[in-house]
Design a protein around this ligand. Structure first.
Ligand code: GLU
Length: 502
C-alpha cells in the first residue's frame, strides 16, 4: 500500500508545475483553466512553470495544435519557464524526442519483474473484449502473456513476433492515491488492468510517458483534470515499481457548462482564439478562468493579475465543478474595459474596427486607417457601455459612415406623426443653425427650450433627433454624440430626415 500523503507543500523543493497538453486537437478554454492553476501557483510560490508536449499518440496528432497552445499561453500572459521553445535543463520537452527514455524505463520494469512483453494480436484482443462484454465482464486484458514461460517467450520472439510492454499490476490488495483535494482515494488492485506502457512503435503511451517525464523533470505538483483519477492508481503502482516518489496530485474538477454537462469545443466551449476574435480582453479572461473552480472567498470576483498571483493558493481549489457562465464573462469583460485608460482602449479597439467588415469590422465603405483623434472622441462616448472590443464597430459605425439608413418608423416617435416630426426637426435645424458654438451644453439648453415651445415631450423631440443623426434608437448621450459628429454631419442628417418625411 502506498503511504499516506502527509507531505506538506513546504516539504517540496522549489515548486515545479507543468502544463502537458496533447496536440490531438485545439484546446477549449477549460484546459487553459487547469493550466492557469499551475501557472498561478508557480508564480505565487516563486516556482517554475513548464510546458511539455505529450505527442506520443502520433495517429491523433493535429497539425497546428502546438502553435495554438503557445499562442494561447502567450495571449493569456502565461509565460513559460521551460518548454520546447525556450528550452531548459530537463529537456527535450517534447515526448517524441524522449522515446529512448521511456524504452529505458520500460526495460528496467521488465528486468525487475514488473512488466512483460505481450504478443497478443489486435484480433485476439478484439475477440476477448467482445466475449467479456457478452459475458457482462469489464473489458480488460486477460493477462494471457503475463504467464508465458521463458521458453514460450523465446519461441514466440524467434519468429519476430511484435510485442508491446504491459505493466504487471498487483492482483490483490489496494492502492491508495494520495490526492491533495480529495484526500486518499483507495482502489482495489483487482480492478487494475495490465496497462500498456510501451507500444509496438517504441513510443510510450501517456501512462508511462507522463510519469517518467514528471519524475525526470522534477515536477512537484501535478494539477490535472479529474478524468485522470481512474488511471491514477495504475500510475501510483508504476511509481512504486520504479522506486520513485509521486508528486503531489491535485485532480481538479472539470469545468461544466451551465447545463452541468462537460464543456466541449463542439457544444459550448470557446477556444482562446474565439475570445480574442470577439474582443475579450485577455486580462478579463484570465480573471474569469481563475475563478472556474477556485475562489478566494465567497464574494470577490475581480482580481487583477498581480493580486491573483499574490492570493492564489492550492488549498482554495474547490472540489465541485466550476460552472462556465458566459454572461459573467461578458460582465467581467465590461469591468476590465472600463478600467482601461481611454488611450489604451482606443489603441486596442481600433484593430477590431479596422478589420474587414466580414470579420466584424466597420463597413467596407469606411476608409482605413481610421482617424485616431476622431476615433478617440467616439470611443470615449462608448467607453462605459462597451462589453467587448469586437462589438465596437457595430455600435459606433454611424459615426464613420457617410450615409446612414433607417426606417421611418423609428424616426417618428410615440404619439407623433410625420408632419409633427417634420416640423419639430425643421425647428431644430433653425435653432441649431443659429447656435454660434457647436458644443453640447449649449445645444442641450437650446433644444430643451424648443421642447417647451413646441409643447411636446423631451423624449419625442430628442428621440427624433437621435434617430435623425444616428439612424438608431439607442446611442450615447444625444448632445455629446452630436458634438462629436460635428455640425456639418449632424445638420446634413437632420436635413435628410426632414426630406425623408416628405
Ligand atoms: N496529455 C494529457 C492531456 O492532455 C495531460 C494530462 C496531465 O496533465 O497529466 O490530457
Amino acid at each position: 500500500m502506498t503511504q499516506i500523503d502527509d507531505r506538506t507543500e513546504d516539504d517540496s523543493q522549489t515548486p515545479r508545475l507543468r502544463f502537458a497538453p496533447s496536440p490531438t486537437g485545439f484546446l477549449h478554454i477549460g484546459a487553459f483553466r487547469t493550466a492557469l492553476f499551475s501557472w498561478l501557483y508557480a508564480r505565487h510560490s516563486g516556482g517554475k512553470f513548464i510546458l511539455r508536449i505529450e505527442d506520443t499518440d502520433l495517429a491523433r496528432t493535429v497539425e497546428g495544435a502546438v502553435e495554438d497552445f503557445n499562442a494561447g499561453l502567450a495571449w493569456l500572459g502565461m509565460d513559460v519557464d521551460e518548454g520546447p521553445v525556450i528550452g531548459g535543463p530537463y529537456g527535450p520537452y517534447v515526448q517524441v524526442q524522449r522515446k529512448a527514455l521511456y524504452q529505458q524505463y520500460a526495460h528496467q520494469l521488465i528486468e525487475s519483474g514488473h512488466a512483460y512483453h505481450c504478443y497478443c494480436t489486435p484480433e485476439r484482443l478484439d475477440e476477448m473484449r467482445k466475449e467479456q462484454i457478452a459475458n457482462k465482464l469489464p473489458p480488460r486484458y486477460d493477462r494471457h502473456c503475463r504467464y508465458l514461460t521463458p521458453e514460450q517467450r523465446a519461441e514466440i520472439e524467434s519468429k519476430g513476433t511484435s510485442w508491446v510492454v504491459r505493466f504487471a499490476m498487483p492482483l490483490e490488495g489496494e492502492t491508495v492515491v494520495p490526492d491533495r483535494l480529495h484526500g486518499n482515494m483507495v482502489f482495489k488492485n483487482s480492478d487494475l488492468d495490465d496497462t500498456v506502457i510501451l507500444k509496438t512503435n517504441g513510443l510510450a503511451p501517456y501512462h508511462l510517458a507522463h510519469l517518467v517525464d514528471d519524475h525526470l523533470m522534477k515536477i512537484t505538483h501535478v494539477i490535472r483534470g479529474e478524468e485522470w483519477i481512474s488511471s491514477a492508481p495504475r500510475h501510483v503502482q508504476i511509481y512504486q515499481a520504479l522506486g520513485w516518489e509521486t508528486p503531489l496530485f491535485y485532480h481538479v474538477p472539470n469545468v461544466l457548462g451551465k447545463d452541468k454537462k462537460k464543456l466541449s469545443k463542439r457544444r459550448n466551449a470557446p477556444s482562446w482564439s474565439d475570445y480574442k476574435k470577439q474582443g475579450y480582453l485577455p486580462e478579463a479572461v484570465f480573471n474569469f478562468l481563475a475563478l472556474l473552480g477556485w475562489a478566494y472567498d465567497d464574494k470577490t470576483e475581480i482580481f487583477e493579475r498581480e493580486e491573483l498571483i499574490r492570493v492564489f493558493t492550492l488549498d482554495k481549489i474547490g472540489i465541485s465543478a466550476g460552472i462556465y457562465d458566459a454572461d459573467k464573462l461578458l460582465w467581467m469583460n465590461g469591468v476590465y474595459i472600463r478600467k482601461l485608460p481611454l488611450a489604451e482602449l482606443v489603441e486596442r479597439t481600433i484593430p477590431y474596427m479596422e478589420r474587414p467588415e466580414a470579420e466584424g469590422g466597420l463597413p467596407e465603405a469606411v476608409a482605413r486607417p481610421l482617424d485616431r483623434a476622431y476615433a478617440t472622441r467616439v470611443l470615449e462616448l462608448e467607453h462605459e457601455r462597451l462589453k467587448t472590443l469586437g462589438e465596437a464597430a457595430e455600435i459606433v459605425s454611424f459615426f464613420f459612415e457617410k450615409e446612414i439608413d433607417y426606417d421611418l418608423s423609428i424616426l417618428i416617435q410615440k404619439k407623433m406623426d410625420a408632419e409633427g416630426t417634420r416640423i419639430a426637426l425643421e425647428r431644430t435645424r433653425d435653432a441649431l443653425n443659429a447656435l454660434p458654438n457647436w458644443e453640447h451644453e449649449a445645444m442641450e439648453a437650446l433644444l430643451r427650450e424648443l421642447v417647451i415651445t413646441l409643447g411636446i415631450k423631451n423624449g419625442q423631440l430628442f428621440g427624433a433627433i437621435r434617430t435623425a443623426v444616428s439612424g438608431r434608437t439607442a446611442t450615447p448621450p444625444l448632445f455629446q454624440m452630436m458634438e462629436v459628429l460635428g455640425r456639418e454631419v449632424s445638420m446634413r442628417r437632420i436635413d435628410q430626415a426632414i426630406a425623408k418625411l416628405g
